[in-house]
Design a protein around this ligand. Structure first.
Ligand SMILES: Nc1ncnc2c1ncn2[C@@H]1O[C@H](COP(=O)(O)OP(=O)(O)OP(=O)(O)O)[C@@H](O)[C@H]1O
Length: 244
């Protein structure tokens, strides 16, 4: 469970997240949308401590991120992150990319670690790429490896920061299908920043719309897409992106 209570975040003097109050329950899939610069990345990066908050309270799986004594590594063990540009270790092969963190952080025994890594490669449809280096993969394949790498830690929560924005159009569905499978067949909490409205409509439980560092709408998916968003800003945003 993730709870924001009156969270404020600043970059220098710039007030990037304003009065964030939000609870995300275990197992929920939440899509975060909004115009460029509205604070979506900032919000999800606070959850695993990549970006510090200034005021308020942020509780992630029982750990208080506002408390300086909290060890963020304990939070990161349970909160995986998938980035727009994959962030794979380019000097390690695919299998090593997946096995490294469980070996180092969880001390998972080597045989079990390898078996799980191979199962995850099967799950993302890339079992035949185990020995490849990241440079030999397409963007869509790299992203599916990045997702498998996150899953190898068996996190409670997965954060996705525009996971398909850097991909060629024909690769996007492969990645979204893997995400859909996780959302539907695991009890993982997922928070996804994306412009893929088909994914939001089909897979998300909730849609959060941000503008100017604030949460402007927080609706069930049925309400957001069915009845239309309540605010004019969200309606304008939706008509703008559907016009593309
Ligand atoms: N490291 C930083 N230093 C200063 N300002 C920053 C930094 N990171 C983000 N910002 C500013 O904070 C605001 C929110 O940025 P953020 O990346 O969270 O928005 P976003 O909604 O994810 O945008 P996009 O869709 O373009 O990725 C923007 O105005 C951005 O310029």
């Amino acid at each position: 469970m993730i709870e924001f209570h009156d969270v404020q975040k600043y970059y220098g003097k710039f007030h990037a997240l304003k009065d964030i109050n939000l609870t995300i329950n275990a197992g929920e899939t939440v899509v975060l949308i909004g115009p460029s610069g509205s604070g979506k990345s900032s919000l999800i990066r606070t959850i695993n401590g990549l970006d510090p908050i200034r005021d308020g309270q942020l509780i992630v799986n029982g750990f208080d991120l506002a408390d300086k004594k909290t060890n963020v590594n304990l939070i990161r063990k349970d909160v995986g992150m998938v980035f727009q540009h994959f962030n794979l270790y380019n000097n390690k092969n695919v299998l090593e990319n997946i096995m490294l963190a469980p070996r180092v952080v969880l001390k998972r025994p080597e045989k079990e670690n390898r078996e799980l890594a191979m199962q995850l490669l099967e799950k993302v449809g890339l079992a035949d790429k185990a020995d490849n280096m990241p440079a030999q993969l397409s963007g869509g394949q790299k992203q599916r490896i990045a997702i498998a790498r996150s899953l190898a830690m068996k996190p409670k929560c997965l954060l996705f920061d525009e996971p398909t924005s850097a991909l060629d159009p024909e690769m996007i569905d492969d990645v979204l299908n893997v995400m859909k499978d996780i959302a539907e067949n695991s009890n993982m909490t997922m928070l996804v920043v994306t412009h893929e409205m088909g994914f939001a409509r089909d897979v998300a439980d909730r849609v959060i719309f941000m503008a100017d560092g604030r949460i402007v709408e927080d609706d069930s998916t049925e309400k957001f897409f069915g009845d239309q968003p309540t605010t004019q800003r969200a309606r304008d945003f939706m008509s703008k992106i559907s016009g593309h």
